[in-house]
Write a protein that binds this ligand. Structure first.
Ligand SMILES: NC(=O)c1ccc[n+]([C@@H]2O[C@H](COP(=O)([O-])OP(=O)(O)OC[C@H]3O[C@@H](n4cnc5c(N)ncnc54)[C@H](O)[C@@H]3O)[C@@H](O)[C@H]2O)c1
Ligand SMILES: O=C(O)C[C@H](O)C(=O)O
Ligand SMILES: [Mg+2]
Length: 615
């Protein structure tokens, strides 16, 4: 698929704004970087029909049928893109009708199948359908259904998507990487399948997550789908059920550990960087012990980030700042918020790290905010032995918790009762852990608008449902969940609003901003800029209604803003090397508005491109 932005559009958008950089050079540069090569497909006949990148099905115009050897291979009538779209949506609606009343899992998987079949046939139409119906389809291609798909992957597998590297490929990854058919890759999402959502170790079946994340990259950030690459690094699994399943598609061996593990990730990273030095690599759903270690190991060497640690942190911080605004307080009041974080893993610690950084910026000191951390063994204090170094900065002194009647290991209910937090934030992966008693205890929160974030995925792993949260904690709470839920009708004419507190609001913009800036690395400043951008996106009126995140329908527009903020931060932090002919100097001279336009104009949009030169 070719980039579709036209020269005219870009020149106009660049020319409408004053800037002291060379507008002509900028517009030329944008144009050339958008059209990598004349889009003349080398394949012919049935090979084109079987290639979802180029296939237009019945939409092939007669000239293309003629010149690409397609005559006789398609029914004679040419159907427009719009008609194809309508036809697909009609079959989707029929499927919805025909499966009405069946169990949710069956319906969701049926919807996933019909979408996946379209993807495997015709990517352009697939992304058109996805982008235009993102609210309805995100829950199918992303959380929660993607979790179900991963759990059933070996049975659902029809065609491979992305690349699979295994422990058996050691020493050969540098040559295997050249088996990928696309010459250019912009975005890579990599997993080892060891912590898929809250579902645990799913081994090779975890490939569904990079696929879903990259679908969101195409939908939200307008990354060209021919330039994305989902990767599964299969280093075995410790999931007994999968090890015993003779139909399991991954290595039926226990996970590699220690040096053996890290050397294989090193090799893959080197191979990726060698072939695509400017690609952005997103680490996704790695178990705790490797998530932090790989982040520290690679973050200053490659342009990579860990979405669960860093993307989640930015989204959560934006929500936490929204909570302060909802209370009618200035943002500086964030330092006085009492926050209980349940889950001391990649995500929980990422959130705390960013929240501490925000407090330090606000107070100008190494502050000791009232943030409490709970893991499976209860409240974490300095008395706990074997605390991971990533958690150590956030554990409380015993004397401090004793002063409010708590101790090392106090349970969640006790902590909520004694702390009376403004915010209760779950990233534990444990469904229902915010039970009736815990939620009722939130009624005594010191906040006029207590906040409950049940951020674990997928749906069954959420710490509580919004219905229970509003019922037990009160209608005045504000609520966010990682997976989508319906708003709650209180039955008195009022509705409890459900935010989707999910890293999907940031990772596409982080990746896009890093890509277009040609960033060497993803710096803390770029991540902070992303979070601040998301936090300031919502109006006071929306915040007062308990809305902290944009609706998913506007995910492209928020992603453009976030991408621009990230790009500008990369320039300020001097890590931007530019992309194509738009060098760091041109980037530096773009105003804020120009940057947003530049980012937007670089987004891919699904339309059929000509596959032959027009005469
Ligand atoms: N909404 C989002 O954007 C988002 C982003 C990242 C992760 N998540 C979700 O967060 C969850 C955790 O992810 P992670 O990467 O941090 O996992 P992790 O395995 O690194 O950490 C899980 C943590 O939960 C703790 N825990 C387990 N049982 C507990 C219990 N009964 N009480 C209190 N704590 C308990 C563990 O001790 C551990 O500290 C997953 O369900 C994931 O889907 C959501
Ligand atoms: O995948 C998601 O929906 C969010 C997050 O990355 C997670 O691991 O749960
Ligand atoms: Mg994740």
């Amino acid at each position: 698929m070719m980039w579709r932005t036209t020269t005219r559009t870009v020149v106009r958008s660049a020319a409408t704004v004053a800037g002291n950089f060379n507008l002509r050079r900028f517009s030329m540069a944008v144009t050339t970087s958008l059209i990598p090569s004349p889009c003349i497909v080398h394949k012919r006949g049935a090979d084109i029909l079987h290639d979802p990148w180029f296939n237009k099905d019945t939409g092939f115009p007669l000239t293309e049928r003629d010149r690409l050897g397609l005559r006789g291979l398609l029914p004679p009538r040419v159907i427009s893109f719009e008609q194809q779209y309508e036809r697909f949506m009609d079959s989707y609606r029929s499927l919805e009708k025909n499966t009405a009343g069946q169990p949710d899992n069956i319906v969701s998987l049926a919807k996933w199948r019909i979408l996946n079949r379209l993807h495997d046939r015709n990517e352009t139409l697939y992304y058109k359908v996805l982008i235009d119906n993102i609210k309805d389809f995100a829950p199918i291609i992303y959380t929660p259904t993607v979790g179900l798909v991963c759990q059933n992957y070996s049975g659902l597998f029809r065609r491979p998507r992305g690349m699979y590297f295994s422990a058996k490929d050691k020493g050969e990854m540098m040559s295997i990487i050249y088996n990928w058919p696309a010459p250019e890759v912009d975005m890579i999402v990599l997993t080892d399948g060891s912590r898929i959502l809250g579902l645990g170790d799913l081994g090779v079946q975890g490939i569904g997550i990079p696929i879903g994340k990259l679908d969101m990259y195409v939908a939200a950030a307008g990354i060209n789908p021919q330039r994305v690459l989902p990767i599964m690094l299969d280093v075995g699994t410790n999931n007994e059920k999968l090890l015993e399943d003779h139909l399991y598609l991954g290595l039926r061996e226990r996970r590699l550990e220690g040096e053996e593990y890290i050397s294989i990730v090193d090799e893959l990273m080197e191979a990726l960087h060698t072939r695509w030095p400017k690609a952005i690599i997103q680490f996704e759903d790695f178990q705790f012990k490797w998530a932090f270690e790989t982040l520290e190991r690679y973050r200053n060497k490659y342009c990579m980030f860990n979405d669960d640690i860093q993307g989640t942190a930015g989204v959560a911080l934006a929500g936490l700042l929204g909570v302060v605004r909802a209370q009618g307080q200035p943002l500086s009041d964030f330092v006085n918020q009492k926050i209980v974080v349940v889950g001391a893993g990649s995500a929980g610690l990422g959130v705390l790290k960013m929240a501490y950084q925000a407090v330090s910026r606000m107070t100008g000191t190494t502050a000791n905010p009232q943030f409490y951390l709970i893991d499976k063994d209860g409240l974490l204090t300095k008395e706990r032995s074997g605390v991971d170094s990533a958690a150590a900065p956030f554990v409380k002194a015993v004397s401090e918790v004793q002063s409010i009647g708590l101790r090392e290991g106090s349970d969640l209910l006790e902590v909520v009762k004694k702390v009376k937090p403004h915010v209760l934030l779950g990233l534990s992966g444990v469904g229902g852990i915010f039970n009736e008693q815990v939620l009722k205890a939130m009624r005594d929160s010191d906040s006029p608008k207590p906040a409950i974030f049940a951020m674990s995925n997928p749906t069954d792993n959420a710490e509580c449902t919004p219905a229970d949260a509003f019922k037990h904690a009160g209608e005045n709470i504000v609520f966010g969940s990682g997976s989508p839920f319906q708003n709650v009708d209180h039955g008195n004419g009022k509705v409890g609003y459900v935010n989707q507190a999910n890293n999907m609001y940031l990772f596409p913009g982080i990746g896009l901003g890093a890509l277009l800036s040609g960033a060497r690395i993803v710096s803390d400043g770029m991540l902070q800029a992303a979070s601040e951008c998301l936090a300031s996106y919502m109006t006071d009126e929306e915040i007062q209604k308990g809305k902290f995140y944009p609706s998913i329908g506007s995910i492209r527009s928020i992603t453009a803003e976030v991408g621009a903020a990230v790009l500008r931060a990369a320039v300020v932090e001097k890590v931007a090397e530019g992309r194509g002919e738009v060098g760091p100097k041109e980037l530096k001279h773009m105003s804020k508005e120009e940057t947003v336009k530049y980012v937007t104009s670089n987004m891919w949009y699904p339309v059929y491109s000509p596959l032959v030169h027009e005469k």
